[in-house]
Write a protein that binds this ligand. Structure first.
Ligand code: ACM
Ligand code: ZN
Length: 557
């Protein structure tokens, strides 16, 4: 028996005419990941039968709902092999036995939706087309991943759903390792599958500058290529692979990704990490560093003392020009300007930096050095530049170590404390603590039998049980915009490995992002994530098997 058939039978299939199998029926199930807020099923009522004759209807003239309808048709085709017809409905017109998409301004949350199933059809209604899109995602996940040719029985009832957090993100570092446009799109598809709405794209690093900047062509000519790469962890007898490694996105490709994400209601937040993590830029334009170089694109991982010279006006103008082009490519309200891991040693010894500090009248105090204040000057200057262009900055929590740029949103990564402090100071915060959200960390303690990772230990259950507002009063909690998981790629050099580190931990973080904390239940999640596994199997994803092996072992007991 082939794998599809096996699953079909496991799912309680009824096949009336074996010859053509046209009447295969499979049961749908709305208990998906992330779990909708309220699912009120009517066990006694007749369910809806989705067949290849079902139409997806949308209001005439609404291009966004038309696109949502087309997505649904494609998703159904991926599962069943048949695409659903889509049809525009004139005002007042309705269609029987259809899936009807519509807007309802009385729904409170801009991302909320209701999904009502009766024998006569399914209605997915959102305050916005984005809300409807999440209803479409729920319906798509309710259909078994592999249901070739089957009719799908969807239980009658009503789902009322909306996310807990308005910011639901995943990050991807393409600096340490480069990933293709096609793969980035696949990654975005995974975000959509999990009802996420933010893709934080970490585009520049010591080990590679990955975005074309027209004013500074050397950034990609020189800065996108390192001569070789460290093998394994850095140590006394470090080995390098001797092979040049490079890659970058043209502005046209980046725009293509922005548009692809936008169709899926995902905002792309670019990150230009400054003023540290800039070796690739310094290798391209050595005059922008305090010492003048020579520099090379980094070949190993870590924190490097050579950073941009804050005292050099050309370096500040360089950053502004780069950010100017970034604003042209990325329509995002938020632009991430990094700010993490910028050592102060070069600034301390640099006459230009010290002259700048003097000119600005920067003073040290018990908590902050003059060099801390230089970093704050740089961040605040970039914030001003971006604010003038209608954008807002996000910075890593190091931006709290000085005079925080006034309108900055803080991304808390060194545990939760930075996020707590910033939210109590009245700053908006996105929680990405390494203690719960770093998907480059090992997911098993049996490290010998895992692919080499950067370190750490982050089992999926720990991610699942994270509550981003724990310990915060109501006011501070209101500043927590949301949650994101980060995927740093020092040790993640292939697409397969990236999938392994990301799935199914992405399922766990999606419930942290979407569900009310008191409704989360890990045991229940373990059952529901089995269905996501079927999607990953179908789509050839290399997901990690730890939790599935665990549940299989328990089932054998
Ligand atoms: C970071 O992980 N350096 C933000
Ligand atoms: Zn300097």
């Amino acid at each position: 028996m082939n794998r599809t058939m096996n699953r079909v039978l496991m799912a309680g299939v009824v096949c009336f005419t074996m010859a053509s199998c046209t009447s295969i029926e499979m049961q749908g199930d709305y208990k998906v990941v992330p779990l909708p807020n309220e699912i009120n099923l009517e066990a006694e009522a007749t369910p809806f039968k989705l067949t290849k004759k079902t139409t997806v209807a949308y209001p005439e003239g609404n291009d966004l709902l038309k696109r949502d309808a087309e997505f649904l048709s494609q998703y159904v085709q991926q599962a069943t092999g048949y695409a659903l017809k889509t049809q525009a409905l004139a005002e007042g017109q309705s269609l029987k036995s259809a899936i009807t998409l519509a807007l309802d301004p009385s729904i409170e949350n801009t991302e909320g939706y209701t999904l009502t199933t009766t024998a006569d059809g399914i209605n997915i209604t959102g305050k916005t087309a984005q809300g409807v899109f999440y209803g479409v995602q729920t319906l798509r996940k309710a259909i078994p991943a592999e249901a070739q040719g089957a009719n799908i029985i969807l239980p009658a009832g009503k789902i009322t759903d909306a996310p807990r957090f308005g910011y639901r993100g995943m990050h991807l570092d393409v600096g340490r390792h480069f990933f293709s446009v096609d793969f980035v799109k696949e990654y975005i598809d995974l975000l959509a599958l999990h009802n996420m709405n933010a893709f934080h794209w970490h585009l520049t690093e010591d080990q590679g500058w990955r975005i074309e900047i027209k004013k500074y062509p050397e950034l990609t000519k020189v800065g996108s290529v390192r001569a070789q790469t460290l093998v394994g962890h850095l140590g006394r007898d470090s080995v390098y692979d001797g092979t040049p490694y490079g890659g970058f996105f043209t502005q046209e490709e980046a725009r293509e990704i922005v548009a692809y994400a936008a169709e899926r209601y995902i905002n792309v937040i670019p990150e230009i990490d400054l003023p540290g993590h800039m070796l690739a830029a310094l290798a391209s334009y050595p005059e922008l560093g305090c010492t003048g170089g020579p520099y090379k694109v980094a070949e190993e991982w870590g924190i490097f003392p050579d950073v941009l010279c804050i005292g050099n006006e050309n370096a500040m103008v360089f950053l502004e020009n780069v950010l100017g082009e970034i604003c042209d490519i990325f329509p995002s309200k938020y632009i991430h300007i990094g700010g993490d891991e910028a050592p102060r040693v070069r600034w301390h010894d640099c006459p230009k930096c010290q002259a700048r500090a003097k000119e600005l009248g920067l003073k040290a105090d018990k908590e902050h050095s003059i060099e801390d204040r230089l970093q704050s000057y740089c961040m605040a200057r970039m914030e001003k530049y971006l604010n003038e262009r209608g954008r807002q900055i996000i910075g890593w929590d190091e931006i709290l170590e000085g005079d925080v740029a006034p309108n900055a949103t803080v991304m808390s990564w060194r545990g939760v404390k930075g996020g707590i402090k910033a939210s109590e100071m009245g700053h908006d915060v996105i929680m990405t603590p390494n203690t719960y959200c770093y998907f480059d960390y090992y997911q098993s303690e049996d490290k010998e039998n895992e692919p080499l990772a950067i370190g750490g230990f982050l089992p999926i259950e720990k991610t699942y049980n994270y509550n981003p507002t724990e310990g915060l009063d109501e006011k501070a909690a209101s500043h927590i915009l949301g949650v994101q998981a980060n995927v740093w790629t020092e040790y993640i050099g292939t697409e397969e490995y990236l999938e392994y580190m990301t799935l199914p931990r992405m399922d766990a973080i999606s419930e942290v992002q979407w569900m009310q904390n008191d409704k989360k239940n890990y045991e229940c999640f373990l059952k529901r994530v089995e269905k996501m596994r079927a999607f990953y199997d179908r789509d050839g994803k290399n997901y990690a098997k730890h939790i599935f092996q665990q549940t299989e072992k328990e089932a054998e007991k």
